[in-house]
Design a binder for this molecule. Structure first.
Ligand code: GLA
Length: 380
């Protein structure tokens, strides 16, 4: 694997590393490296490795901002890869249910592929029956992002940016999106999103990793215990479009306020579970203030791994991998069968552009959109 060192880093830091014996925990040791991963649309694609000094490592490509692998220690301090994905770029190009990707311009569904903003109607590309899902035919998960290699390689972070042109997929405005991935020394994968636009538009950026805390390809996720910090969720209709209501979870299989196995009630006779073919819903987070607030906690007993999700966003999509069917052959040749990964996608509520009572997803010229989500790992 080749490593790049920005010009400002090279001489002084290299000398410091020589003195320090190149110890990976030394503050000047590189925490980011780079290897070729192929090319798309005539643009080179790379696989970046971010590592901290506590046993965590993320490999991320600038194609779709995809987290290709995420090594996290288990209770015996053995690292394991806990996200579903592929070994090669060509597999991502062939077919992927958004494995590990950055999703935009609008994550989740926009009903009937249209919305009205400031009295003007916009028609989007439909890619999910009559609806638009995860940005449309060629969303942010399918484009090559620019990686800013001028940021110091002594930090385990990767800055990606993408200019989505006015009219792309039907959305108005040139939207400049920036996503910074950081692997912190407290075993967190932190994602900072930012965006600006030159015309009013709608925006909902999220991250679509499929997690399996027992290790990618190691069985289903039904015995993982989930806590969702939410008293309400947004019910869907049979086309998986939010109805506009906020419904209390109390007394329903959507109540994860106390930790419950994902599989405990997934087969219950319930219209919402029937429409979603399992869990595929947005929960309305119980928030305190505007900063990062705990959204979810997942524990897996055999590995002892625990994942917490903290976010500044108002909602979270919990998706139980209901569309996985074993046809995606993942890393190491392992097929990803039904419900062998789950997603926790922090977000604004699905179909907000058509639901005036939901928190607004409108971004206007002059405004700076920012949001942060942290996936925090530990083991016990
Ligand atoms: C999201 C959606 C699901 C499904 C997956 C990708 O989580 O809510 O319905 O489309 O993405 O397969």
């Amino acid at each position: 694997m080749t490593q790049f060192l920005p010009a400002t880093f090279s001489l002084v830091a290299a000398a410091a590393m020589l003195i320090a014996g190149c110890s990976p925990s030394h503050p000047d040791a590189p925490r980011r490296s780079k290897a070729p991963f192929g090319s798309v649309d005539g643009k080179e694609v790379f696989l970046y490795t971010l590592r901290n000094n506590a046993g965590m490592e993320a490999r991320i490509t600038n194609y779709g901002g995809i987290v290709v692998s995420l090594l996290v220690p288990d209770k015996s301090n053995t690292p394991g890869d806990i996200v579903l994905g592929y070994d090669s770029l060509s597999s991502y190009l062939k077919a992927t249910p958004y494995f590990g990707a950055i999703v935009g311009r609008y994550g989740n569904r926009i009903g009937r592929a249209h919305f009205t903003l400031d009295g003007k109607e916009y028609t989007l590309n439909a890619n999910d029956g009559p609806n638009t899902l995860h940005g449309g035919l060629k969303g942010f998960d399918k484009v090559v992002w620019d990686a800013d290699e001028s940021t110091p390689a002594t930090k385990a972070s990767l800055t990606l940016s993408y200019l989505s042109k006015d009219g792309e997929e039907g959305y108005p405005g040139n939207l400049k999106a920036t996503v910074v991935y950081t692997v912190t020394d407290s075993n967190e994968l932190r994602i900072d999103y930012a965006a600006t636009t030159d015309k009013p538009t709608v925006l909902n950026l999220t991250h679509h990793s499929y997690f399996n805390l027992a290790g990618a390809g190691n069985g289903d996720i039904l015995s993982h215990e989930l806590m969702l910090n939410a008293d309400k969720f947004t019910p869907i209709d049979s086309g998986l479009i939010t109805t506009g209501e906020l419904k209390p979870v109390e007394g329903t299989p959507m109540d994860f306020r106390t930790p419950t196995a994902i599989g405990a009630r997934i087969a219950a006779k319930d219209d919402q579970l029937r429409f979603g073919r399992g869990y595929d819903h947005n929960w309305v987070l119980n928030r305190t203030g505007e900063g990062l607030s705990l959204a979810a906690r997942v524990t897996e007993k055999t590995s002892g791994r625990v994942m917490e999700v903290w976010t500044t966003q108002p909602g979270i999509q919990f998706y139980s991998g209901n569309f996985l069917d074993g046809t995606n052959i993942g890393k190491g040749g392992k097929p990803y069968a039904y419900r062998t990964g789950f997603c926790l996608e922090t977000q604004h509520f699905p179909d907000s552009p058509n639901k005036p009572s939901f928190p607004s997803t409108v971004l206007r010229p002059g405004e700076n959109f920012t949001s942060t989500t942290v996936y925090k790992f530990s083991a016990r």
